[in-house]
Design a protein around this ligand. Structure first.
Ligand code: ZN
Length: 135
């Protein structure tokens, strides 16, 4: 497995429309793609910036998986995502390297990608997402 670039930076927000004035209005990033992930209770705003993206994560409902983060830490940087090849080997490889995957296998992510998260307690405090199939 290897990585070529930072795919995106995930940012937890309570209300994306309030934050879009910064990214879209102030910073002039007009390429915004909105996608809902009902199984995770998240509405994702993918904002393209060069070869990378800013990913705003907004809760869709009370059960949203982002709510716990918002309640305990408030709005802010949630994770950093690396584009990788060979994500199917990532679980085994991560464990060999003393890292703890958050799931037993990679899962579907936004935009038809496959993703795997690594627990921040094993990465020095950073929630890391591995992404394959991003474009
Ligand atoms: Zn992400």
């Amino acid at each position: 497995m290897f990585t070529k670039k930072i795919d995106h930076i995930g940012i937890a927000v309570k209300d994306a429309s309030a934050r879009l004035s910064l990214y879209e209005g102030f910073l002039g990033l007009k390429d915004v793609h909105i996608e809902e992930l009902p199984s995770r209770g998240i509405r994702v705003y993918m904002i393209k910036i060069g070869e990378s993206k800013i990913e705003l994560l907004e809760p869709m409902n009370e059960q949203s998986e982002i709510n716990k983060f918002l309640e305990t830490k408030g709005e802010g940087i949630h994770h950093i995502a690396f584009t990788v090849e060979g994500i199917n080997q990532a679980v085994e490889l991560a464990k060999k390297n003393g890292l703890q995957p958050l799931s037993d296998s990679p899962k579907p992510g936004a935009g038809g990608t496959t993703v795997l998260f690594l627990h921040p307690k094993t990465t020095g405090g950073v929630l890391i997402e591995l992404v394959e199939g991003s474009h």
